[in-house]
Ligand binder design. Structure first.
Ligand SMILES: Cc1cc2nc3c(=O)[nH]c(=O)nc-3n(C[C@H](O)[C@H](O)[C@H](O)COP(=O)(O)OP(=O)(O)OC[C@H]3O[C@@H](n4cnc5c(N)ncnc54)[C@H](O)[C@@H]3O)c2cc1C
Length: 416
């Protein structure tokens, strides 16, 4: 007899959405979150197709009415000389409520998602960390977890969903991680208050501003007159003459005229932070009694702001897959094969676009001049409409850019 139907590790977008979907179906769900909430997270810019999982969770109206969002209608690219290309307005490409998306303060956004899960009946234990997987007859049967006082407990469930983010608890424990050797970037970022915002419909735009050597800045206008700004590039490029984060950040700001002029009227309000953004995927999306979702399954370089979408989307899909498995009374790995294939399909389209972005021989402008018929496919990728056949797009992109073969396709781990 198990203590719970489902145990979820992690209260980020992936964990909270999977938990909410299952609680809605009357499942007894326990969610463990290591940190107290609300907690800081990077990853503030959403893409249009976030609307669909958020709508399924019943959160679109609440999000629109909240005070921690800025509406985002577009993405714009700035070249190394500081010149802006025509913004890419989502509403010019399709007519649907999702064509207006959001910049969010993640501490508040993630709290909203977790509160929503709890309102549907999820029991969330904050300050509880999963430490080890429990196995019974080769099937994952829950976790060993420590409580806020450090005491360890065995917690049993029919299915465990790992949504522990880039800690990737199960992937690390099982040594399933496969790195993308070509996407190993570093990011340094900070926050400004009072920095310049573009007027009107551009006020909430995500700006991607190029720095030499295929690095880039993000510039995201958040609520309360705050801007999130960060630079992403290869480690050797960023740290070529100093390891001081502030010095590196200031040096790069000084060579990107658009970023420099937009930050000029503002005041930096937090120290610089750094992270490696190594792209990876798990060899397996599931084993008997265990399913992986969000960054715990795969992390992708954030240039196209796909992370929260993939977390919400895979969280909802994991919730549905686990519900179906519980209903059938079969939680073996094979039950989750379709789930894994679907998540990989979504990630793979984005991953190939990210590779094109970083290829020095590739530019979207030049590509679309030669292949104007591909505009819709590029748009679909950028907005997160990912369950389509993108092979023709990437065959055409392949004329300009080298795109390495796919990472493993997250197959379920069948029992030997
Ligand atoms: C520099 C950078 C910029 C980014 N920018 C964007 C962006 O603009 N837009 C975007 O969409 N995405 C962006 N991302 C990606 C985005 O942050 C992630 O993809 C997203 O947060 C993934 O959600 P998740 O629920 O999978 O994981 P998380 O949000 O990381 O949540 C996982 C949770 O699990 C908890 N946890 C971990 N281990 C345990 C454990 N053992 N026991 C219990 N709890 C545990 C953690 O405390 C955490 O709260 C960016 C990422 C980086 C690194």
């Amino acid at each position: 007899m198990k203590d719970h139907d489902v145990l979820v590790i992690g209260g980020g977008p992936a964990g909270s959405s999977a938990a909410a979907i299952l609680a809605e179906r009357g499942r007894d769900v326990l969610l463990l979150e290591r940190q107290p909430f609300p907690r800081y997270s990077i990853g503030e810019s959403l893409i249009p197709h976030c609307w669909f999982p958020l709508n399924r969770l019943g959160l679109v109206e609440k999000l629109d009415a909240s005070d921690f969002i800025v509406h985002k209608h577009s993405v714009q690219f700035i070249n190394t000389e500081g010149t802006r290309s025509t913004p890419f307005y989502f509403f010019e490409h399709y007519d649907h409520p999702s064509s207006r998306t959001w910049q969010v303060v993640r501490s508040e956004f993630d709290q909203l998602l977790l509160d929503n899960a709890c309102a549907k009946g999820v029991e969330a234990r904050l300050g509880w960390a999963a430490r080890d997987l429990l196995r019974e007859d080769g099937t994952v049967a829950g976790v060993v977890a420590s409580d806020p006082d450090g005491k360890e407990h065995e917690l049993r469930a029919r299915v465990t969903i790992d949504a522990s983010g880039r800690d990737a608890f199960a992937q690390t424990t099982n040594r399933w991680r496969v790195m993308d050797e070509h996407l190993k970037k570093f990011a340094i970022w900070t926050y400004y208050k009072g920095a310049k915002r573009d007027p009107g419909v551009d006020e909430g735009a995500t700006t991607i501003a190029y720095v030499p050597e295929k690095g880039w800045f993000w510039y995201l206008p958040l609520a309360d007159d705050v801007v999130s700004v960060g630079v992403v590039a290869d480690k050797d490029y960023l740290f070529r003459d100093t390891r001081d984060l502030q010095e590196v950040f200031d040096r790069e700001v000084a060579v990107q005229p658009w970023i420099e002029s937009h930050l000029a009227p503002g005041e930096q309000i937090r120290p610089c932070q750094v992270t490696s953004e190594f792209t990876y995927r798990s060899k397996h999306c599931a084993s008997d009694g265990l399913v992986l979702a969000g960054d715990a399954f795969s992390f992708l370089d954030p240039v196209f702001s796909s992370g929260v979408f993939l977390a919400l989307h895979s969280g909802v899909m994991a919730g549905d897959a686990v519900e179906a498995a519980l209903a059938e009374g079969d939680v073996s790995a094979a039950r989750f094969a379709d789930y894994g294939a679907k998540v990989c399909e979504a990630i793979e389209a984005m991953r190939r676009l990210v590779h094109a972005f970083y290829d020095v021989a590739f530019s979207f402008g030049d590509f679309l001049k030669v292949h104007p018929e591909m505009r819709k496919e590029v748009t679909d990728c950028l907005i997160g409409d990912l369950h389509k056949d993108f092979d023709p797009l990437f065959e055409a992109v392949g004329e300009f850019a080298a795109i390495p073969g796919p990472l493993p396709h997250g197959k379920p781990l069948e029992r030997a």
